[in-house]
Each structure stands twice: as C-alpha cells, then as structure tokens.
Write a protein that binds this ligand. Structure first.
Ligand SMILES: *Cc1c(COP(=O)(O)O)cnc(C)c1O
Length: 418
C-alpha cells in the first residue's frame, strides 16, 4: 500500500497527496475552477452541510484542488489536518483570531514579519487583544510575559530581517507548562529545514508564496494542525462545540468554520495548482538555497565595502548553536542581511546590480535584494526600526538558486562601482 508518510522527504514532496487513479491518470491535480458543486439529492446536500459527508459545496468553504495541496503540506509538516488560504497573512490572522477573544493576551516574538508586526501591535488592539512582544531568543522574557489571560505563544522559525532563531522545543515546553499552544510561522525555514510539530509546536503556518511555491507566481497561505493539544475547559471554554464536532482537530475546525469561511480568505484553486508545481522541487531548491546562502555569507565577509554580515550560519552569530541543533546541520535558511557604509551606499549598490532582482519578496528561486529601512519599514518610527534592527545601512538579500559564482560576481561588480 502506498503510504506517503513513510517515504523520505525528497519523495514526499513529489508524491504526497497524489491520486492519479482519481484524476483519469493525470499526474498533476485537476484545477476545479467552479464556484459551487452540484448535489444529486437533497439528502446528500443536507448530510454534507451536517459534516457527515465531505463532498464539496462552495469554493469559499472547500475546493478539491485546494484539498490536494492541503494533503501534501499536511504530510510534509507531519500534521493531522490543514487548510489553505489566500495568503500567509490570512493564515496568521485566522489562526490568532480563532484562539483570541476580546480581553485576551498572547505572547509573540518581537522580530516578526512586517505585516504580522503591524497586525499584532496595532490592528488587534482595536479588538481589545493585547500582544506582548518579547525577544524570542530570551526564554525567560517569554515565560515572564505569560499570565492568566494569555492564550497562545506565537514564534517565527527565523526572524526577518533580524535573523534570530528561537529554540522552539524549549518554547513549546514553556507554553505547555501554562496550558497554552505554541503557534509557529515556519515560512522562512520551510518543512525541509525545520518541522516545528516534531519539536513540540501545536500549529504551523506558512506563507506558501515563498519557498513552498518557489516561483513567486502565486500568493497563498496554509495552517497545519498537529492535533495534539488538549483544549482545557478552563482556558478554552469556547472550544467545546469544536471538540464535540472534530475532536483532535478542534482548532483547525474553529479556524475554518469561524474565521476562514466568514472572512472569505479563499484560496483560488489556480494558485494552489501553481503552488503544487513549485512544491515538486522544494527539496532540491532548498538544498541549493541553503548552500548558496552559506557561500554568499562567506563571500560578503571578505568584501572590504561590507561592514557586517548577519546570517545564523556564521559561527559567531548569537543563534548559531540553536540553529545548528534545530536545523540538524542541513543549513541556516537563505535570507541574510549585511551592512554598507550608509543608506546612500545601499541605494547605489542596489542600482548597480545587474542580475539580482530588486523587489519586495523572498524565497523565490531568483536572488532578490531590498533596502528594508526605506521601503517596507518606511512608515515605522525611528524607535521601532531600531528595536527591529532595521538599520539605514542594511541590505537584505534573499539568496536564490542560480550559480553561486554569478550571484557573487554581481554583488562584487555592484560593490566595486560604489
Ligand atoms: C511573507 C510572509 C508572510 C505573509 O505572507 P503573504 O503570503 O505575503 O500574505 C507571513 N510570514 C512570513 C514569515 C512571511 O515571510
């Protein structure tokens, strides 16, 4: 019997969720481009609405193409269930709002992805939800920020652009000691480099826009439920109906039923299809991403115009030891930052590049560059930028899978022309 979960990762990325026998022999999933699905009888429609059958009803609820991607990503992260959404931000928002009510608090790392940071530190306040942001590498700070109102801990596997790596296994222990779940945004590592559920996290989410898709062709997000957390009645009284309905997948059901369906964060099946095309090569791409990033970091260290390099793969990086253990020596991600003399030098460097693309994205197979201080973080106060390590002289590089010599040569000629 074919059992994708038993295969090695390189095989799983290609074969998980594949059902050619149900697809008229097609090797790629069909794109079910339909808003709704015809039901043969009134009885069948009713039993689908009651949840007794898992037929499809309407695209905002579920879609067969999306379901294939859900099966694939669930297998890669070792979860029990998954829901794909229109974007990574939809995954972040829906997960948090399923767990949080007005008056609740949660603890999160302070080196968050820019939109997540704005959501947590600003937008959620409108709903009476308080985010306590702490240095995610300081577990004493994390533990100290948890109180009776705290309903979750939220961490990112690798902070961007701070490049910090929290110890997920120990953070999970702290969360569980307080009877609350650990939610991990694993976008920057991908399940190739890190599988947070195996380290003790309870929920993993991704922006599939990045490494999982790899081509920058489609936006998307996913929430994967580990199905292990026990939703205690004292802290989570609002989970009862979802536990009665879906048991171990109560949280995923709550995310889907309360947030995803009603907020309308629907993933287009075409985007799921494009994501799956990219997913086939995830393992191979990650191997090259990780090797190239390590080589580019070493190359940058040797350039006289470069004042500092921030990459967890460097032996003197404060998170090097944790990253080495957590990523099992496979690598350290493919994002890095480095310093030039000042903002003016950064602008001239970017304008001199010939091969590397200047744009606001990461995790693409192409190497990408940006000056975060003057772009994504332009609207942030000077104080917040300093807290987030967003410096005027900082370049962020998302290292792609081109020939590493060509990436380095482009950097070298752009530095030489400063
Ligand atoms: C890009 C990103 C997101 C948001 O994903 P979108 O698909 O752009 O909505 C969330 N978290 C991390 C870590 C990201 O890199």
């Amino acid at each position: 019997m074919h059992s994708p979960a038993k295969h090695r990762f390189h095989t799983q990325v290609i074969h998980a969720g594949q059902k050619p026998a149900e697809w008229q022999g097609a090797t790629l999933p069909p794109i079910y481009q339909t808003a709704s699905h015809r039901h043969a009888t009134a009885e069948n429609m009713s039993s689908t609405f009651s949840g007794k059958t898992t037929d499809h009803i309407y695209m905002r609820l579920t879609n067969p193409t999306n379901r294939v991607l859900e099966e694939k990503l669930c297998c890669l992260e070792g979860g029990k269930g998954a829901v794909v959404m229109a974007s990574g931000m939809a995954a972040v928002t829906n997960t948090c709002l399923a767990l949080l009510r007005a008056g609740d608090e949660f603890v999160a790392g302070n080196s968050l992805f820019m939109s997540t940071y704005l959501l947590f530190s600003g937008v959620f306040q409108k709903f009476g939800i308080t985010a306590r942001l702490v240095d995610p590498t300081r577990l004493d700070e994390l533990a100290g920020a948890i109180n009776d109102k705290t309903r979750l801990v939220f961490l990112e596997t690798i902070g961007n652009p701070k490049m910090d790596v929290p110890d997920l296994a120990r953070a999970a222990e702290i969360a569980h000691a307080h009877d609350i779940p650990l939610v991990v945004d694993n976008t920057l590592a991908s399940p190739y480099l890190c599988r947070p559920l195996e380290l003790g996290a309870d929920v993993v989410l991704h922006s599939t826009t990045k490494y999982l898709s790899g081509h920058g062709a489609a936006t998307g997000g996913v929430v994967i439920d580990g199905g292990r957390f026990v939703w205690g009645a004292r802290k989570f009284p609002d989970f009862k109906a979802f536990i009665d309905r879906k048991g171990e997948l109560a949280l995923l059901d709550k995310i889907w039923r309360e947030q995803h369906i009603n907020f309308g964060t629907t993933q287009a099946p075409w985007h799921s299809y494009l994501t799956m095309l990219g997913l086939d090569t995830l393992a191979l791409r990650m191997e090259r991403h990780l090797a190239n990033a390590a080589a580019v970091a070493q190359f940058l260290l040797k350039q006289k115009e470069v004042t500092w390099v921030n990459f967890p793969g460097l032996a003197d990086h404060p998170c090097h030891t944790v990253a080495q253990k957590q990523f099992q020596g496979l690598g350290f991600g493919a994002l890095l930052t480095f310093g030039l003399k000042d903002q003016d030098a950064c602008f001239r460097f970017i304008n001199n590049l010939k091969l590397i693309y200047h744009l606001a994205n990461l995790g693409d197979c192409k190497t990408l560059v940006i000056h975060p201080y003057s772009s994504q973080y332009l609207s942030f106060t000077e104080e917040t930028r300093a807290n987030l390590s967003i410096l005027p002289n900082m370049i962020r590089l998302s290292v792609g899978i081109e020939a590493v010599e060509d990436i380095c040569e482009d950097i070298q000629q752009a530095l030489a022309a400063l």
